[in-house]
Design a protein around this ligand. Structure first.
Ligand SMILES: CC(C)(COP(=O)(O)OP(=O)(O)OC[C@H]1O[C@@H](n2cnc3c(N)ncnc32)[C@H](O)[C@@H]1OP(=O)(O)O)[C@@H](O)C(=O)NCCC(=O)NCCS
Length: 174
């Protein structure tokens, strides 16, 4: 059987620049240098997606306790889990595929990887925030089984300078 043209690979010090580039050209959110350094830590779920040999997509997620409310995007970035609090969800921070490579199943492959990693941790919920104006991604998540909460997180993306900076909260039971 031939090798799949889409493959996933670990994030390393050698390809972290590519991870940065994919985020920069795809997402409205910018991350500090420390956030990238933290991506190499083993408690993160991070994977890059390659189309043939080209790096074209990425996912990064972390465990959280979803009963904790995140008032803002900064709170989310800075949240340090109290080791006594048991994580009950995996939170997707970054999920991106370069525009020219969308619709080829790369996002689905990254999401399936994340779901498997979530289950390995004996966690059964994946959560994320979506900018209220990011209709294409919202539709994508709904098509992939995510459910939108009735709550809207006001001003979640305010510091990112986005117009209408509110966020939807989506979750998937796995
Ligand atoms: C969301 C994203 C990662 C999806 O990646 P992708 O590689 O295009 O996804 P896939 O190719 O695996 O999608 C496959 C399926 O979704 C469908 N799909 C693709 N785009 C869709 C959309 N906008 N709405 C609904 N369904 C969509 C495809 O038709 C396909 O369906 P099928 O399996 O029934 O044939 C990508 O669109 C992206 O990077 N968006 C911009 C960044 C972003 O907003 N990320 C989320 C931040 S919260």
């Amino acid at each position: 059987m031939g090798r799949d043209i889409v493959s996933l690979d670990d994030l390393t010090a050698n390809n972290i620049g590519v991870f940065k580039k994919i985020n920069q050209v795809t997402l409205p959110t910018s991350y500090p240098e420390q956030w990238y350094k933290d991506s190499l830590k083993t408690d993160q779920i991070v994977k890059l997606a390659y189309y043939s040999e080209l790096p074209v997509g990425a996912i990064r997620a972390k465990t959280i306790n979803s009963s904790h409310k995140f008032g803002s995007y900064e709170n989310m970035l800075q949240q340090q889990l109290n080791p006594k609090i048991v994580p009950n969800a995996v939170y997707i921070e970054v999920f991106a595929v370069l525009e020219a490579y969308r619709g080829l199943g790369i996002g689905t492959k990254l999401l399936n990887y994340l779901i498997e990693e979530t289950k390995k941790k004996f966690i059964h919920e994946v959560v994320l925030h979506v900018h209220v104006e990011n209709t294409a991604s919202l539709e994508w998540y709904l098509k992939h089984g995510f459910v939108k909460s009735d709550d809207i997180l006001k001003d979640y993306y305010k510091s990112q300078g986005l117009p209408n900076p509110d966020a939807f909260i989506l979750s998937l039971t796995v």
